[in-house]
Design a protein. Structure first.
Length: 381
C-alpha cells in the first residue's frame, strides 16, 4: 500500500494544494494511504476536516507528513528540509519549473528522489487528463479577464439605458493558446468586442470559432511558425518588427489587453512596448499572464498593478492561485490520473519507467538529473 503525502505549499505566491478531499477519497478507495499536513488546503478552501472526512490522515507538520511517504505530491517546489526528510527513492510530483530552476532540480537529484515534472507531460491524447499546463492555463485565462474587469472603470457589455448608451469594451488577447482562448471566451461572455493575435497559423481558426477577429501579419514565416508539438517558435527579428507595428496601431484603440504569449524554455516574447502602453487611453487595463517568464508588456511589475500614464498593468503572478479551489481541484485530478501510471491495481508503487509519459516527465533518479532537455538546456520540447 502506497503512502501518499501532501504538504503545505511554501512558495510565497502559492495558494493551491496538490490534492483535494475528493481526490484523496478516490486514492484511498483504490488502496493508498493519504497523509496531509495540517492546513495544507486552507488557502484553497479545503479544511483539514474535509480531508479527514475523506479518510486522509492529518499530520501536524511537513516532516511528520513525509516521514515514511512513498510519494510526495506538490504543486510547486518542496523545501530543502522536506527533501531531506524523504526516504531515498521517494517519488515527488509537481510543477518544478525545471528549465528555470536549476537549483531545485539539483536538490531533487541530491535528495535521491524520483521526481516527475508535470510541465513535461507530453501533449498526447492519452495524457490529456494529466495536462496540468492546460487545466491551469484555462483558469488563468478566465481569471485574467475577471481581474481586468475588476479594475476597469467602465463596463464590458454595451448597455442601452434611459440615461444613455454605454459602449462595449474592446478586448485584445495576445497569444491564443489555452489561456488566450479561455480569455477570449470569457470576454465574449461579458459582452466585449474581442480581437486576438498569435504567431501560430492554427490559432486563427480557433480564434474565429469563438467569435473574435484574428489580427496578425500572415506571411510565409507565420505559415511555418508551429513546432511538431503545436508550440510557437521564436520568430525572426524581421517578423517581430512587422508584428509589433501592426499590433501597436491596434493596441492604441483597445480598452483591455490580455497577454499570454509564451515559448517553452525561453523568456516570454516582448510584445507590448512602453510606447504602445503610453498610446492607450487612461483607464485602459493590461493583464500580463507571462509575468513569471519575464512578461510580454514593458513596465509590468510582478505581483503588482503598475499605473503608467493612467493605464493599469496587472502583473499578478500565479493567476491560477487566484481561483485556488477550482485550480486545485483540476490539478488534483490531473495528478491523480498521473498516479495511475505509478500505482498498480492494489495501490502499490510500481512505475513503468518505459511508459512514454513517465519517461518524458522524469527529471531526477538515483541521485542524477536524468532528463535530456535539462542536461542540454538548448534542447527544448
Ligand atoms: P503556450 O502557453 O506555450 O503559449 C501561449 C500562446 O502564445 C501560444 O498560442 C503561442 O503560439 C503564443 N505565442 C508565442 N509567441 C507569440 C508571439 N510572439 N505573438 C503572439 N503569440 C505568441 O501555449 P499553450 O497554451 O500551452 O498551447 C500551445 C498549443 O498546444 C496550442 O495549439 C494548444 O491548442 C496546444 N495544446 C494541445 C494539447 C493536446 O493536444 N493535448 C493540450 C494543450 C494545448
Amino acid at each position: 500500500m502506497a503512502v501518499i503525502a501532501v504538504t503545505t505549499e511554501t512558495h510565497p505566491d502559492e495558494t493551491r494544494v496538490a490534492l483535494t478531499p475528493d481526490a484523496a477519497r478516490k486514492l484511498i478507495a483504490a488502496g493508498s494511504r493519504v497523509v496531509v499536513q495540517s492546513g495544507a488546503g486552507d488557502r484553497a478552501s479545503y479544511p483539514d476536516t474535509d480531508f479527514q472526512a475523506a479518510g486522509a490522515e492529518i499530520a501536524p507538520d511537513s516532516a511528520t507528513a513525509v516521514a515514511g511517504a512513498d510519494v510526495l505530491l506538490k504543486v510547486r517546489e518542496p523545501e530543502d528540509a522536506e527533501i531531506a526528510a524523504l526516504k531515498p527513492g521517494t517519488i515527488v510530483i509537481g510543477l518544478f519549473n525545471p528549465y528555470q530552476d536549476e537549483e531545485l532540480v539539483d536538490a531533487l537529484a541530491a535528495g535521491n528522489t524520483t521526481a516527475f515534472a508535470m510541465e513535461f507531460v507530453p501533449r498526447i491524447t492519452r495524457a490529456q487528463v494529466m495536462d496540468v499546463l492546460s487545466s491551469q492555463a484555462n483558469l488563468a485565462g478566465y481569471r485574467a479577464v475577471i481581474e481586468a474587469a475588476g479594475v476597469y472603470s467602465r463596463a464590458f457589455p454595451m448597455m442601452m439605458t434611459a440615461a444613455g448608451t454605454v459602449a462595449a469594451a474592446k478586448v485584445f488577447v495576445m497569444g491564443a493558446g489555452v489561456a488566450g482562448l479561455q480569455a477570449i471566451a470569457t470576454a465574449r461572455r461579458l459582452g466585449a468586442v474581442v480581437t486576438a493575435t498569435d504567431v501560430r497559423p492554427a490559432a486563427k481558426e480557433q480564434v474565429e470559432s469563438l467569435g473574435a477577429k484574428f489580427v496578425a501579419v500572415e506571411d510565409d514565416e507565420f505559415r511555418a511558425a508551429e513546432t511538431a508539438a503545436g508550440y510557437a517558435k521564436e520568430m525572426s527579428p524581421e517578423y517581430r518588427a512587422k508584428q509589433a507595428a501592426l499590433v501597436a496601431d491596434h493596441i492604441r484603440k483597445q480598452d483591455i489587453v490580455i497577454t499570454t504569449a509564451l515559448i517553452p524554455g525561453r523568456p516570454a516574447p516582448k510584445l507590448v512596448s512602453a510606447e504602445a502602453v503610453a498610446s492607450m487611453k487612461p483607464g485602459s487595463v493590461l493583464v500580463d499572464l507571462a509575468v513569471e517568464q519575464g512578461g510580454n508588456v514593458e513596465g509590468v511589475r510582478r505581483g503588482e498593478i503598475a499605473v503608467v500614464g493612467g493605464v493599469k498593468i496587472i502583473g499578478f503572478a500565479n493567476m491560477p492561485g487566484r481561483i485556488a479551489a477550482d485550480s486545485s481541484a483540476l490539478y488534483a485530478r490531473n495528478v491523480s490520473a498521473f498516479l495511475g501510471l505509478i500505482l498498480d491495481k492494489d495501490g502499490a508503487v510500481a512505475p513503468n519507467l518505459d511508459d512514454e509519459i513517465l519517461k518524458a516527465s522524469l527529471i531526477t533518479r538515483a541521485g542524477q538529473v536524468v532528463h535530456p532537455a535539462l542536461a542540454d538546456p538548448s534542447d527544448t520540447v
